[in-house]
Design a protein around this ligand. Structure first.
Ligand SMILES: [Fe+2]
Ligand SMILES: [Fe+2]
Length: 190
């Protein structure tokens, strides 16, 4: 476990709560992309049994999240939106270094950081929502994303020495904090 180095502005939570339908559309897209990313890890590392197992499980779990968000949307009469680029994720992906070892380490750590940010933000929403089914759902999602965060770091530690993991994580956490601080405040996960 580690701490993110930028705390989300409370104005973000207010923006989400007052535009919850728009947020749900983005949340659904984020879960679908997370499932796809996990599956692409399986394709990229077919020779790493720990990664294959973890990423198959993750892909399924993110797909279940996607299904649950779509269910909530359907009940509110909201449709899915067209796929859009997630600038936050794209900018993080640009930090991945070339070279198979470096790339794998960066991919795992950035995967973990994305989960950690999701966990932070879903947690803020869960805390702000009134008692009810929606709050329960976001509490459960927050716990689930916390587990995903650990899963990526466990994989990184399976394959790399602690000092190497910690050094790169330190750099990436600074980069992520700078990046997230510049995101516009909108009713979206990022
Ligand atoms: Fe998820
Ligand atoms: Fe996740």
């Amino acid at each position: 476990m580690f701490k993110l180095r930028y705390s989300t502005d409370p104005a973000w939570v207010e923006t989400v709560l007052s535009n919850f339908d728009a947020f749900l559309i983005d949340h659904a897209a984020a879960e679908k992309k997370a499932s796809g990313m996990a599956l692409s890890m399986v394709s990229h590392y077919p020779d790493k049994p720990d990664i294959v197992k973890a990423m198959i499980d993750l892909s399924i779990e993110e797909m279940i999240h996607f299904r649950e968000v779509v269910k909530i949307m359907t009940a509110r009469n909201i449709q899915l939106g067209a796929d859009t680029r997630d600038e936050y994720v794209n900018k993080l992906r640009k930090l991945m270094r070339n070279g198979s070892e470096l790339y794998m380490l960066d991919r795992l750590l950035i995967g973990g950081i994305i989960e950690a940010r999701g966990c932070e933000r879903f947690g803020l929403i869960a805390a702000a929502l009134p008692e009810g089914e929606l709050k329960k759902f976001y509490v459960a999602i927050t716990e689930s994303e916390a587990n995903h965060e650990n899963l990526f770091f466990d994989l990184a530690r399976n394959h790399f020495a602690t000092a190497i993991v910690d050094e790169r994580l330190n750099e990436l956490l600074d980069a992520e904090a700078a990046l997230v601080a510049e995101l516009p405040i909108i009713a979206a996960l990022h």
